[in-house]
Design a protein around this ligand. Sequence first.
Ligand SMILES: Nc1nc2c(ncn2[C@@H]2O[C@H](COP(=O)(O)OP(=O)(O)OP(=O)(O)O)[C@@H](O)[C@H]2O)c(=O)[nH]1
Ligand SMILES: [Mg+2]
Length: 245
Amino acid sequence: MSQSGNSFGRVVSGILKSIAAFTRRVGDSLDTVIDFAYARVFGLPFIVLGYRQTGKTTLLEWLRHDSELLEQFAPEPTAAGGDAVPAFTTRMSADGGGMRLRPRRDVGGEYSMWDTDWVELFYETRPRGIIFLVDHENAYQHKDALNFVLQMLDDEPLARRYVKMFTLLVNKEDLWCDETNVDALLDNFRNEIRRLKSQSERLGYEYRIYHTSLKTGVGVREAMIEFFDAIRPRSRIPGDGQGNQ
Ligand SMILES: Nc1nc2c(ncn2[C@@H]2O[C@H](COP(=O)(O)OP(=O)(O)OP(=O)(O)O)[C@@H](O)[C@H]2O)c(=O)[nH]1
Ligand SMILES: [Mg+2]
């Protein structure tokens, strides 16, 4: 091809690249605005998982009651299929502003429910964040459950697409704080935590670990504020006051 033919080709390819970049930027901004509006209207999608009797139902109830401690709350183990949880508004944010949350279902933690209820919930929610609870007993089962969830994240790229944060709660602090400490408990999960860390780097989400008590309230509010702050979409609408990230 002639010299002028080559430079014409370069100009056309330059123009096409600029149009593609512009379209991509418009698309990204639109995605952000839609994402933000969607979360405002329908609620932030997130899921709560963990082995049986770790506090999943109690945590969801705590969130629904705007962090009021529920001394009288005595939940039954959640049955197969789980229970629907309608979207609700909470003030669980650093500035005390309202936020709509959408956990969809409260699922049980028995082995038989992992492959069914957990996977279905993950697929239907496409969560922006995952809260995973363990306690001071049954270390072996918690390890299994945590590995199951990490594997689910590895195996299901479509469902994990929006995950921004994985929060691990070592719950029931009121029952174990006199006998042991969180580092000793976490030592049981060192391989899983290593896996969590490397997966979070590979897939691009953050992770946090807290110790909490849903009986006394220790640590819960702080953990939840950080969790929801990490998973809420940021608006790019000028003057919205939600930050421009
Ligand atoms: N002492 C103490 N008890 C707790 C705490 N959190 C939850 N519980 C109790 O632990 C038991 C199980 O709590 P749930 O919220 O039903 O746990 P779950 O994970 O939903 O259990 P499944 O539905 O069976 O998987 C209940 O008796 C709660 O009151 C805590 O921080 N401290
Ligand atoms: Mg339950």
